[in-house]
Design a protein around this ligand. Structure first.
Ligand code: DX5
Ligand code: ZN
Length: 212
């Protein structure tokens, strides 16, 4: 299991320290939540802060856009050279075009699905994707309770991946901890995003190890 600590639960007054800490503690990739106050009722960070995070991090960045104007934000964050950019399917009229643009920028494209969204709706995009992000809480805030109904969706996506002979990664985001990591692994998850569990743990290193 690859582990992606979500900085949403880090100490924003000590971001450099917290980013370095998780990088040294076994994190595989750093999950950055970008919220615009429109798609979700919360507002987070923009390029200046994410650029500082990139400098502190020895691991690649995984940018999760929770915004209305995906194209604008993709162009804004592309110069920071993240490994992945994921955008929400619920907010995109031209997902195929945007996937192509992200790839053209040298970044791995990913699509995020809200808890109510169906994996069948992105079937014809799957072959173009490097990753699918399955939200297991409603996007907007850290520290929410995991929604068990998404397990079936993850299994369905894993089955589709096998049937179609594809190799995109499956990422789960929201309410992930040592309590549900085993069922998530069994369902087909490759990358676990975890915020409050890792940063709220007395030892982030122990938390990351328990997830792995
Ligand atoms: C929620 C974000 C998540 C969040 C996860 O909108 O996308 O990345 O920070 O936090 P936890 O692990 O606390 O649910
Ligand atoms: Zn996220």
């Amino acid at each position: 299991m690859l582990v992606a600590p979500s900085l949403l639960s880090a100490d924003f007054g000590n971001l450099d320290r917290d980013v370095k800490k998780v990088c040294e503690s076994g994190a595989d990739i750093i999950h950055v939540d970008v919220m615009d106050g429109h798609f979700v009722p919360n507002l987070t960070i923009g390029p200046p802060v994410v650029s500082a995070v990139a400098k502190s991090s020895t691991k690649p960045l995984d940018i999760h856009l929770m915004v209305q104007n995906n194209t604008f934000f993709v162009e804004l964050f592309a110069p920071l050279k993240p490994e992945y950019i994921s955008f929400h399917i619920e907010e995109e009229k031209h997902p195929h075009r945007l996937i192509q643009r992200i790839r053209e920028l040298g970044i791995k494209p990913a699509i995020a699905l809200n808890p109510h969204s169906r994996v069948e709706d992105i079937e014809y995009l799957l072959s173009e994707l490097e990753m699918v992000l399955i939200m297991s809480v409603n996007p907007g805030f850290g520290g929410q309770k995991f929604l068990p109904a998404v397990l079936k969706k993850i299994e369905k996506l894993r089955d589709m991946r096998i049937e179609l002979g594809l190799d995109f990664l499956i990422e789960v985001d929201g309410g992930v901890s040592d309590k549900n990591i085993d069922v998530l692994k069994d369902a087909g998850v490759d990358i676990a995003v975890s915020g409050s569990y890792i940063f709220g743990h007395k030892s982030p290193e122990e938390a990351i190890r328990s997830l792995k």
